[in-house]
Design a protein around this ligand. Structure first.
Ligand code: SAM
Length: 213
């Protein structure tokens, strides 16, 4: 993600506590209080400018969504979309996904979305990939058995790595597409990167992986 520094972004995120979760650790184990209901919670890690998470929230009002993004200068664009859309089932969190267990207790979350995650192609950076085994262990902790990770990317190397990583972890691969936009999947919501890379002719890969009991 090309980053334009916006020094005011952090202040703006704090001005909208109804959309941007402040002190997320204080809601661990009680996210239903934030949404005012106990509907399933799906989170996207590395949500970028928010197109996907807002699109999902709009299409699925019976599900709660949180978009998690590390960079204030990026997530502030998602906030702008959310201020416009006023979706009650969508919130944003400006935190590092490396610490998910601080914010979510076991079974707080029922699905994790990873979309166009940074590929970190060098072997020495493997631990930074969001499908590395230490991240999978965190997802398992917050999802519990039966929880699912849905992953999309245009990066063939990252996709191959991730399939191997899911499988080595013992996850069940439920659905794999090597060309999402020419598949039978209905209701796909595009991300910013997906829009950009598919317009260039890149193939989009997708899979669903589930933690076993
Ligand atoms: N998902 C969006 C899309 O498909 O258009 C953005 C993709 S962009 C390549 C990856 C995003 O993940 C960046 O905005 C980056 O800041 C974010 N990110 C990377 N590592 C993260 C982490 N550990 N926690 C939260 N966000 C992270």
């Amino acid at each position: 993600m090309r980053l334009r520094n916006k020094p005011w972004a952090k202040d703006k995120l704090m001005e909208y506590p109804q959309y941007v979760i402040q002190e997320p650790e204080s809601h661990r184990g009680k996210w239903d209080e934030i949404f005012g209901n106990d509907r399933p919670l799906h989170i996207e890690i590395g949500t970028g400018k928010g197109r996907f998470i807002l699109g999902m929230a709009e299409a699925n009002p019976e599900t709660n969504y949180i978009g998690i993004e590390l960079q204030p200068s990026v997530i502030v664009s998602a906030l702008d979309l959310l201020i416009e859309a006023e979706l009650p089932n969508c919130k944003l969190m400006n935190v590092d996904a490396a610490e998910l267990g601080k914010y979510f207790a076991n079974k707080d979350v029922s699905r994790v979305y990873l979309n166009f995650s940074d590929p970190w192609p060098k072997t020495r950076h493997e631990k930074r990939r969001l499908t590395y085994k230490s991240f999978l262990a965190q997802y398992e902790e917050i999802l519990g058995s039966g929880g699912e990770v849905h992953f999309k990317t245009d990066n063939q190397g990252l996709f191959e790595y991730s399939l191997t990583s899911f499988s080595a972890y013992g996850m069940l691969l439920k659905d794999v597409s090597l060309d999402l936009h020419n598949s039978t999947m209905e209701g796909n919501i595009m991300t910013e990167y997906e829009e950009k890379f598919s317009a260039k002719g890149n193939r989009i890969y997708r899979c669903e992986a589930q933690f076993r009991g």
